[in-house]
Design a protein around this ligand. Structure first.
Ligand code: TXA
Ligand code: MG
Length: 316
């Protein structure tokens, strides 16, 4: 099948996408965070196709998306802390890594050899319609080549995965723009990946989050280099060279860059989060030799933004 940009809002587009998924195909679809590369999570061959399409290492497990809490409960078991967090933040940008039920119908490949499954109920209306129409849990990593910049528009998906996805549901730019926050529950509540739900909002109800050990770096897929543009990226830039493209933040923007994109002139971290990946792509496509990024505050959503920038700055 040939990749096809469909206006996602139409029931016909959703029905077609659900049929592709049920037949074992790959569908890229919007969520409130980034676009996902989806497959029927109950179909081993379909899930294997995700790893092949992304060039994703097989040791990196996948998030399983479900329509509601009841569907998540058929796959994993919730303790009281996890249940409270799900009630507070679902549907939304929070992923919970929980013990897999023995009778869960999802492919073992999504767990990549672990005895847990990462589950999330997305809030995006197209994602919700797709889950309900498909009637199956949908395994979906971010819809980009492994290690590359995540996709926040359908066009980014097409650039990243051309010819390797059967259908792309176009819903415009995603609302939040950075991936979900991932929590583990093995030994206290652990922040496996900072993301679109800020640490403070989770700690307000769950207490202090544990940081993953330096050895594991959180989730198995949290490689040092990730979200990487093809050009070198320099952090904490206060000045800029004439051969650089600048990822700016706030008002004190140094002049002289080949191309400048400002994450948020007013210093708003929500706006910065939404712009991060698309601006990195634009700067990466410029004639600059390098990308320089100004410092971004580390509080609130700044934790996830700084996490992505730090990994993007590590050469693969
Ligand atoms: O916002 C998001 O989370 C997007 C949208 C599409 O939902 N998805 C996403 O998926 O970012 P991906 O595959 O790019 O990142 C999933 C992260 C990886 O760091 C992976 O290692 C971790 O979640 N993860 C998945 N299953 C896990 C598990 N069983 N144990 C620990 N970490 C897990
Ligand atoms: Mg990803």
């Amino acid at each position: 099948m040939i990749a096809d940009l469909s206006p996602a809002s139409s029931p016909a587009a959703i029905a077609k996408a659900a049929a592709v998924l049920r037949a074992g195909g790959l569908v890229a679809f919007p969520t409130e965070t980034v676009y996902g590369l989806g497959a029927d999570a109950t179909d081993d061959r379909a899930v294997a196709r995700i790893f092949a399409a992304k060039g994703r290492p097989a040791f990196n497990p996948l998030i399983v998306h479900v329509a509601d809490f009841a569907a998540a409960e058929r796959i994993v078991t919730f303790d009281t802390r996890a249940r409270a967090l799900a009630e507070r933040f679902w549907p939304g940008a929070l992923t919970l890594v929980l013990p897999r039920r023995g009778n869960a119908s999802v492919s073992l490949l999504v767990s990549a050899g672990l005895d847990t499954v990462a589950v999330r109920v997305p809030a995006n209306a197209v994602a919700q319609s797709l889950l309900r129409e498909t009637g199956r849990p949908i395994a979906a990593p971010s819809a980009n080549a492994s290690g590359a910049i995540s996709a926040t528009t359908a066009a980014h998906v097409a650039e990243s995965l051309a010819g390797r996805v059967d259908l792309i549901l176009d819903d415009g730019p995603t609302a939040q723009g950075i991936e979900s926050t991932v929590l583990g529950f093995a030994d206290g509540v652990t922040l496996l990946r900072p993301g679109a739900v800020a640490r403070d909002d989770i700690e307000a109800m769950a207490g202090p989050l544990r940081d993953p050990g330096a050895v594991t770096q959180g989730s198995p897929g949290r490689l040092a280099s990730h979200y990487a543009p093809s050009k070198p990226l320099r952090l904490d830039a206060a000045t800029v060279g004439g051969d650089e493209a600048l990822l700016a933040f706030g008002t004190n923007v140094p002049p002289g860059a080949i191309l400048t994109r400002n994450l948020s002139p007013s210093g708003d971290l929500v706006e910065a989060e939404a712009n991060l990946f698309s601006m990195l792509r634009a700067l990466d496509a410029s004639d600059a030799a390098r990308i320089a990024a100004m410092a971004v505050p580390t509080h609130g959503l700044g934790e996830a933004i700084n996490d992505r920038l730090a990994r993007a700055a590590v050469r693969p």
